[in-house]
Design a protein around this ligand. Sequence first.
Ligand code: FAD
Ligand code: FMN
Length: 758
Amino acid sequence: MKIEIVGGGPAGLYFAVLMKRLDPAHRITVRERNRPEDTFGWGVVFSDETLSGFAEADPESHRAITARFAYWSDIDVFFRGERIRSTGHGFCGIARREFLRILQERASELGVDLRFETEVDPALLPEADLVLAADGANSRVRDHRAERFRPGVDWRRCKFTWLGTDRRLDAFTFIFRESPHGLFQVHAYPFDERTSTFIVECREETWRAAGLEGASEADTVAYLEALFREDLAGHRLLTNRSIWRTFPTVKNATWRDGNVALIGDAAHTAHFSIGSGTKLAMEDAIALRDAFRHHPDDVPAALSAYEAERMPVVGRFQSAAQTSLEWFENAGRHAKALDPLTFAFSLMTRSKRITYDNLAARDPELVRRVTEHFAASNPHREAKAPTPAYAPAVTTPARAAAAPPLFQPFRLRDLALANRLVVSPMCQYSCEDGAPDDWHLVHLGGRAVGGAGLVIAESTHVARDARISPGCAGLYADAHVAGWKRVVDFAHAHTRAAVGIQLAHAGRKGSCGLPWLDEGPLPKGAWPTIAPSALPYAPDWPVPRAMDRADMDRVVAEFVRAAGRAQEAGFDLVELHMAHGYLLGTFLSPLANVRTDEYGGAIGNRLRFPLEVLRAVRAEWPAEKPLSVRISATDWREGGLDSADRIAAARAFKAAGCDVVDVSAGQTVSDQAPVYGRMYLVPFSEEIRHEAGVPTMTVGNIQDADQCNTILAAGRADLCVLARPHLADPYFMLHAAARYGFDEQYWPPQYWPARPRR
Ligand SMILES: Cc1cc2nc3c(=O)[nH]c(=O)nc-3n(C[C@H](O)[C@H](O)[C@H](O)COP(=O)(O)OP(=O)(O)OC[C@H]3O[C@@H](n4cnc5c(N)ncnc54)[C@H](O)[C@@H]3O)c2cc1C
Ligand SMILES: Cc1cc2nc3c(=O)[nH]c(=O)nc-3n(C[C@H](O)[C@H](O)[C@H](O)COP(=O)(O)O)c2cc1C
């Protein structure tokens, strides 16, 4: 094959090496605009587990590279005068210049034609069987063929500059320093005996305010040497084309156009805070080589196999990198809200790849400190959820160590929760005219036996015409109280779980069939629906009536009466359902509320009616009992609820007597575009908790106790809410306690024979 490669970075050079190894008869040219010894930046870091594939792909370059590696295993976080060190990690670094030199030499040795100082014009690509665009994040080849590749370039909110220092660090070092203009952060790591990489990053507004826009390299160095004087300990910062840049997150709809293919940063970027860009570029090269191994004479087939193999893997990395990038973009927020140890734990677990358990395996001492710190700084550590009267007192041996965060108590007003686990409200669609029955007793009772601190009963409607479906639960008649009281009394008599109820009005999503029969609007027996505006949920759904003042008064009164009945039934907590596109949620969302009166428009107006309901319910609901509000923090659609809106809403709810915000998302509009992943709503909870200063519950694909501990220890939420995992395993908490050896977990005496013994 004749192969033309545009760009002599890691992707282009490594692919050239691998293809020559595969078949020395391939004629390969690499055209690079720079001279061989030119490169931007300083050292490149890899986490050590990333390297195994390279030994197999080309042992020669692997040997040469690893011989030059600097190795270290610690991470240092410098924050507010403290250094928090975590050990047991494992990184290696190498000077980028050295790294490229090794690949250049290896390519030459194998007979690759390397042409430096050769700029390729993307309009005049050389003739070849394969043209590989390895021309980096600002790929001109990609942009020239944008119609086919359909690139998306997301320019992020921080500015960064890639510097070096002659201070030899002995750890991956993160430094956070406040300047008069905002927070600056450093990502620094050693890469040879004398030098370390020193990347400085800050929010764009901080960079501007500090006068760094248009600063020369010398000005930048002078400013940063002064700011980081203590950290540099008399050493210098070094430049190498160290201009301030903005990180572009690059994605493409496809990586191939005929015989032209994208590779490395031209195809995708991953933020440098997870140190994977070079590794991804090299793994692309391996995958593309493998594709040609399987399809030696068929370029389209090989490129298609390459894309199918790599795109999903790269997508997962990009999503971890995105979470990490956003953590750094919001470092100022974390810095304001968190103490140094929690801040460091939050930093280390930011991309979700390192968790509480995972870190405990690497660095048990640090996780012990984090756990003890969490327990000791828990303002509710003395809160004691009542134990059923008939259960014998259990004396467990005094614990040598603090229990993990999930098992720590919490208090909301006078309500003591035994732990941080919550069973999420889940519609059961199993009521006759709103009345709960045996199903609810067994369903909710079973979850209460399972050990969660709080069980929240499903969306329970405040009027018959406020229901989602004919099977939905209600508290709109006095007759409903007895059925609920039976559930609550059972939980109180036999478990330590507190029981909450979610009060709701379905709004424009009401009058639907049972989801397992015929989801969507009822074909027969439908009732009229109401909403802030006469906008249907989906184009083919019934148009609701826009509410007038009389409707509002009626709905407020219905919520108040339902709250009174919830009190009669003995519930411990009331949650107002302001999420998922139901009535109160639609008032909050600009996509569903287009009113022109004082209930529509800016968030202050959109909050007006939900707050009327909240205040009225708060006045009815006993002062000693807590109230929560569930919101959809985002509508997952352009033009929907934004960050400022949700923070304003959380602040207003708190001021009106809401004790905890239950942070959910979506379902407001039928054409939403959610971004799922594990723990995918935690960043919203974290934002609200830190910015509005209100306790939060977080929900959404939290799969296990390890993830709960990670979220709680990092200060991202106060309570973890699990829905589907509890359907599959009512005894989630009993299993979690067994796994963590938490002996104080309450087991009903009837079940003691199954209790783990140690
Ligand atoms: C601040 C920072 C720190 C980073 N730290 C790390 C790290 O620690 N670890 C890690 O793994 N990754 C890191 N990366 C990412 C890493 O640098 C890239 O992911 C990696 O270099 C991608 O390799 P590439 O070959 O695709 O592109 P590049 O390395 O960008 O190479 C592209 C090459 O193409 C050449 N070129 C472009 N256009 C033309 C043209 N028209 N004609 C001829 N030549 C052209 C360029 O001169 C360049 O040499 C970091 C990135 C940044 C910005
Ligand atoms: C069967 C079922 C019913 C649900 N009903 C409700 C509900 O009544 N009220 C509510 O706020 N959310 C409801 N949800 C959403 C869950 O409470 C939760 O927010 C969502 O499932 C994400 O959490 P998970 O990933 O732990 O399941 C329901 C979810 C399921 C699976």
